[in-house]
Ligand binder design. Structure first.
Ligand SMILES: Nc1ncnc2c1ncn2[C@@H]1O[C@H](COP(=O)(O)OP(=O)(O)OP(=O)(O)O)[C@@H](O)[C@H]1O
Ligand SMILES: [Mg+2]
Length: 202
């Protein structure tokens, strides 16, 4: 069983992509954002930030137990997905992949979900700054970390790139982390104010 860890800002497509890999390639998905997981492991709901704060130590022990259980089913892949999946220890990761999304597209995906303006802005800013990618970089893993710009791809083609290019290593180096920089792009386009201006704060 190969373990693929997928991270990324909310709305970048982690669940959609993970479920499709599982469906097409004999995989199992372990979602860290499942309501049951949240129910069991949240310490409190932060009203100001409109989000859960998770006890990562407890959650990690739980996840490791689950990984061991999944091994018994002998799936080809176990996909662990969630925007805090950087908590998974390196010895449980075969592939670490961060899904990225253009800030404008991410904003519209989160609007479609009916998220409140401040939550949309917080998430899109996190994507622009590359927070999920940075959390992985800070872990100094020995394995390579990959990132994928999903903005111009269908869910099917994201899955195909993960399996064919990254895992089967057809030009996997094209997807090594560090090539996607929304901050620089917005700066070059003189568009940073669309996301970092005081006036747009609710
Ligand atoms: N590559 C893509 N092309 C077009 N739409 C996409 C793509 N990836 C995801 N979407 C759409 O974006 C929305 C968010 O996707 P999804 O729920 O998989 O994101 P997520 O990363 O799992 O978010 P969360 O962290 O909140 O669980 C869905 O409506 C999905 O259909
Ligand atoms: Mg999801």
């Amino acid at each position: 069983m190969m373990i693929i860890v997928i991270s990324g800002t909310p709305g970048t497509g982690k669940t959609s992509v993970s479920n499709m890999i599982a469906e097409l390639y004999n995989g199992k998905v372990l979602s860290l954002n499942e309501p049951e997981v949240f129910e069991e492991f949240n310490i409190h709901f932060d009203i100001k930030r409109d989000t859960y704060v998770v006890d990562t130590d407890k959650l990690l022990t739980h996840i490791i137990t689950l990984i061991e259980e999944y091994k018994n089913d002998e799936p080809e892949y176990l996909i662990i997905e969630g925007h805090f999946s950087d908590i998974i220890p390196e010895n449980y990761i075969d592939y670490a992949i961060i899904l990225r999304c253009d800030p404008y597209m991410l904003r519209s995906r989160l609007e479609n979900r009916g998220y409140k303006n401040d939550k949309i802005l917080e998430n899109v800013q996190a994507e622009i700054l590359g927070n999920c990618a940075n959390y992985f970089i800070q872990k100094n893993l020995k394995i390579p970390i990959y990132e994928l710009n999903t903005s111009i791809l269908t869910i099917e083609s994201v899955v195909d790139i993960i399996i064919t290019n990254i895992i089967k290593d057809e030009n996997a180096e094209n997807y090594l982390i560090g090539k996607i920089d929304w901050l620089e792009k917005l700066f070059q386009d003189n568009s940073l104010n669309d996301f970092f201006d005081d006036k747009i704060k609710p």
